[in-house]
Write a protein that binds this ligand. Structure first.
Ligand code: PEP
Length: 265
């Protein structure tokens, strides 16, 4: 359609967290590559732990699957024992990085300002950051979900009119991560609407907004039926090659449906 921007490509991203060894990595990479080749309408990315990044990058080189780090430090280098810079991730073959995952925010006491520095560092190193945001159960029950998500995103967008350019965001309610209790598609859609409003004002029209939190092959279809959901960030199910393949297949089906809907007069 003339004048209509191309739809955002759906992304299926697998966060392996602190799981896996070389053997599992080889299996997961082979499955991700095969799934991505069979689903050219969607983007696929995996986020292995640091020890497996180079192996994954080598295994996935020449395939459509992007490799990313699970976090990065806000500084380029220096005395930060145990940390990884964005440049190091890039050097290891990464194209992307998760920033502000709730487990990192909590376990490493990462505040909004540190998350914003990591996003800036990722961009400076040429990585595509995926900014993770989301409220706790207590915050949701207190009616503060919107305030929390807007604060977390605002810290990254602050003072830069083009801050959302090249950024993807994952809405991951903390209470849904690894609990087996996902948000409903309607809950996700509501928060995605708030986030979209913030991103549009910061040249984020192309930014994807993913949903994450106990996504499975059984519930992904409900999320991707919501027009504002541009993909999924998956933890537990990304460690099962069969499940991850099913997730990519489901995203492909959703992408094909969306394209057909756009073509319909
Ligand atoms: C995550 O860690 O980003 C996540 C969404 O995990 P899970 O799919 O296991 O809830």
């Amino acid at each position: 359609m003339p004048g209509t921007p191309a739809p955002r490509r759906l992304l299926v991203a697998g966060n392996w967290k602190m799981n896996g060894d070389r053997t599992l990595a080889a299996t997961l990479c082979a499955a991700a590559a095969a799934a991505a080749r069979a689903a050219p309408e969607v983007d696929v990315a995996v986020f292995p732990p640091a020890t497996l990044l180079e192996q994954a990058a080598a295994a996935l080189s020449g395939t459509p699957v992007a490799v990313g780090g699970q976090t990065c430090h806000g500084e380029r280098d220096g005395a930060h024992t145990g940390a990884l810079s964005a440049g190091m991730l890039r050097d290891a073959g990464c194209r992307s990085v998760l920033v502000g995952h709730s487990e990192v925010r909590t376990e490493q006491a990462q505040d909004d300002a540190a998350v914003a520095r990591s996003v800036a560092a990722a961009r400076a190193a040429g990585l595509a950051p995926i900014l993770c945001v989301g409220e706790t159960r207590a915050e949701r029950e207190a009616g503060r979900a919107r305030e929390v998500v807007e604060r977390q995103i605002g810290a990254v967008l602050a003072g830069r009119p083009d801050a959302a350019d090249g950024l993807d965001v994952a809405y991951e309610p903390v209470w849904a991560i690894g609990t087996g209790r996902s948000a409903t598609p309607a809950e996700a859609g509501e928060v995605h609407g708030w986030i979209r409003g913030l991103l549009e004002g910061a040249r984020g029209g192309r930014a994807r907004i993913l949903y994450g939190g106990s996504v499975t092959p059984d519930n992904i279809g409900g999320f991707l039926a919501v027009p504002g959901v541009d993909g999924v960030l998956v933890g537990g199910r990304s460690l099962d090659p069969t499940a991850f393949t099913s997730l990519v297949e489901a995203a492909r089906a959703a992408a094909v449906r969306r394209l057909a809907d756009r073509r319909r007069p």
